[in-house]
Every structure is written in C-alpha cells, then in structure tokens.
Design a protein around this ligand. Structure first.
Ligand code: FPP
Length: 248
C-alpha cells in the first residue's frame, strides 16, 4: 500500500493514469440538503444512500477499481441516538436491498473501521455480505464504519510493537511498508483521488496515511446531489492534474 522512498535518490514515480484506480469520498452535506428542503435529517441520509448507489454504479462504469466511502466516523457517535438509529437502520435496509446489485455488478464489499460496535444483527448482515461478495472482482467497495484514521495508525503501531516485543521484528526494519502492511487498507491500490462534498475543506480523520500522495478534491455539491455527472466531472479534474509524487 505504501509508496516507500526509493533508495539512492532514485524517484519512484508511478505512470500517470487518466482514471484513478482508487477513489475515496467523504460524503458530507446530507443534513444541510434536508434542511434546505424543510425535511428531517433522516430524509437527507435516505437521499444520501441513493447517492451511494449512483456513485457505486459510476465507479463501475468508469473502471475505477476501488471506491472507499466514509459512511460513519468514530466521531459520529456524538450524534443523537435517533440519528444514529436512523443511519444504522438505513444501512440495514440498503444492505438487504442492494446485495443483488453487488452480485450483478460483481462488486466486492470490504469494511474498514471497528464495525463490531454496531451490534450483532448489523454485524452478522455485514459479514454475510462480505462473504457472499468475496469472489467479485470488478469493483471493491470499501465502506468505512466507525472508522478513524489516527486510531487505525495507532493500532498498526501497536501491532508492530507486539512483533518487536515477541522478537519477530527488529526496530530497524520498521519502515513505511511495514506500517502500511498493518493498516486495514493493506492490499488495496494506493489512494489516487479523495473527494469531499458540501464545501467543507477538511480530512476529518479519514485515510490520513493513505492520502499522502492522493489528489484532493473539495466540491460544493451536497452529497445527495452528487450524481453520475458530478462523479464524471471529478474524474475529469483528476485527469487534468499532473501528479509528481514529490518529484519535478
Ligand atoms: C454526512 O452528512 C453524512 C453522514 C454522516 C453519513 C453518510 C451516510 C449516508 C450517505 C447514508 C447511509 C449510508 C449507507 C452506506 C447506506 P451530514 O449529516 O454530516 O450533513 P451536514 O454536515 O449537512 O449536517
């Protein structure tokens, strides 16, 4: 996963691809979308879930290999009990309804974050969906649930420390690749493009390590309004950027 420094001053630069292999999205603005319409917040989350379906389809259509979505951050537990129940209820409903779509479009579901916090029903449902879609190869849909990047990095450091304490790893062998291999995103292609909707310009503890060389794109569109055209426009802006990975 990590793009480690090349030895002897050689610059390790991956060839520029017009289409990103790995796109991540911070889906923001559901609440404001609902508020603008005088609707309850849950209506914004429902419309947001429809936008998830469209984004997934757009990723498949454009040949993106991995789409990572920030569905629930570790900070989202601070929301009201009702809103948390609405969000988990929606996840259950859509997971049930969209499992067929995942199979038809050959999408593999993967989760990052400590999703055990969601209780046995949803956890069971999520794990069944992961198992059933495990052999699909067209798109990997990574859903970040109860995810926080600092905690992920701290967890990776803890695992490395355990291996050092066990005599399995020498401290001098801890490098970017060793740490990257303990992250939950290990095995996925490097993150190429990170999009945040709704005009907020923050990473909010999402994929901090993985975003090291990603192109960042902040758009004003509220997440429920982010459609196929918006997805295509984001890819076009990505294609127009020159990635140098620190080289010239
Ligand atoms: C941000 O909007 C969005 C979220 C907190 C959760 C994202 C959830 C969905 C898109 C729906 C359900 C997900 C799945 C995978 C079916 P916000 O509420 O922070 O908006 P605001 O900043 O305008 O209040």
């Amino acid at each position: 996963m990590s793009r480690s420094a090349a030895p002897e001053g050689a610059t390790k630069v991956e060839p520029d691809r017009a289409t990103p292999r790995h796109v991540a999205i911070i889906m923001d603005g559901n609440g404001r979308w609902a508020e603008q319409r005088g609707l309850p917040r849950v209506a914004g989350h429902k419309a947001g879930a429809e936008a998830v379906r469209r984004a997934m389809q757009a990723a498949v259509d454009h040949g993106v290999e991995v789409l990572t979505l920030y569905a629930f951050s570790s900070e989202n537990w601070r929301r009201s009990k009702e809103e948390i129940a609405d969000l988990t209820g929606l996840m259950r409903f859509y997971l049930e309804r969209e499992l067929k779509t995942l199979q038809k479009e050959r999408v593999r579901l993967k989760l990052i974050g400590d999703y055990s916090a969601f209780g046995p029903d949803l956890v069971g449902q999520l794990e069944r969906a992961i198992q059933r879609t495990a052999a699909n190869t067209r798109l990997t849909l990574v859903v970040a649930l109860n995810y926080g990047s600092r905690s992920e990095i701290a967890g990776a450091a803890r695992k490395l420390a355990e291996r050092v304490a066990g005599g399995e790893l020498a401290p001098e062998n801890i490098d970017e690749d060793a740490l990257g291999a303990e992250l939950q995103t290990f095995g996925l292609p490097d993150l190429d493009l990170l999009i945040r909707t709704s005009g907020e310009v923050r990473l909010s503890n999402f994929l901090l390590w993985q975003a090291a060389y990603a192109e960042l794109l902040f758009v004003e569109t509220l997440w429920p309004d982010f459609d196929e055209t918006a997805f295509a426009a984001a890819l076009e802006r990505y294609a127009g950027r020159q990635r140098r990975f620190g080289g010239r």
